[in-house]
Ligand binder design. Sequence first.
Ligand code: IPE
Ligand code: MG
Length: 226
Amino acid sequence: MKEVPQHIGLTMDGNRRWAREHGVEVKKGHEEGARRIEPLVDYAARQGIKYLTFYAFSTENFGRQEDEKSAIFQVFDMMLRDAVVERMMENKVRVNVIGDIDRFPRMIAGSVKKLVKRSAKNDTITANFALNYGGRQEMVQAVKKALSAGEEISEGTISRHLYTAGQPDPELLVRPGGERRLSNFLTWQSVYSELYFVDTLWPDFTPQEFAKALDWYEARQRRFGK
Ligand code: IPE
Ligand code: MG
């Protein structure tokens, strides 16, 4: 029996390099990147994976130039109106957000929240989207919430106030795009995660590429075998 992780984190990296390599505008790179999401969710659901977390926009990404941010937001807006949303609803995908989405343009934040609500009872797989997410920021807000609830600070109370409360920690983090670092992604949750890095740029990260990461993970697991 193939052992599949319950939760996998995916860092979406390499969109601009992909655009440059293909001689197209940066926005097209972000669009192609966004189009990889739904096939991966579908594939993961078929494998029995219960949670996928996509690192789509970090707190640090807010420091990018206005025109690039606006291109990224246009891509988000387009995807929220795209047929993929209905496909995910039909496939009973629960959409969830981790991060402080209220700093996003109001239209986008509103549509995302609506989709989160609308898909709340879906139960095939949960797709978490990390939007204006940072691992340190997540921990700080968790501690603040615990304190204001009058709770004592412990691993348990912090975990319960993270955006991922109630979800298993990711057994595997996958980072396409060639960089070998975590970049503030799932900082608290990743302490025991297996880390898979691959040079393939995110817009080329297909379910076939994902399958290679799962095979690699399975081999890692075997090395831990008793
Ligand atoms: C990831 O691709 C998308 C976001 C961070 C929003 P990049 O935009 O980081 O593309 P590269 O890494 O510069 O190629
Ligand atoms: Mg990058």
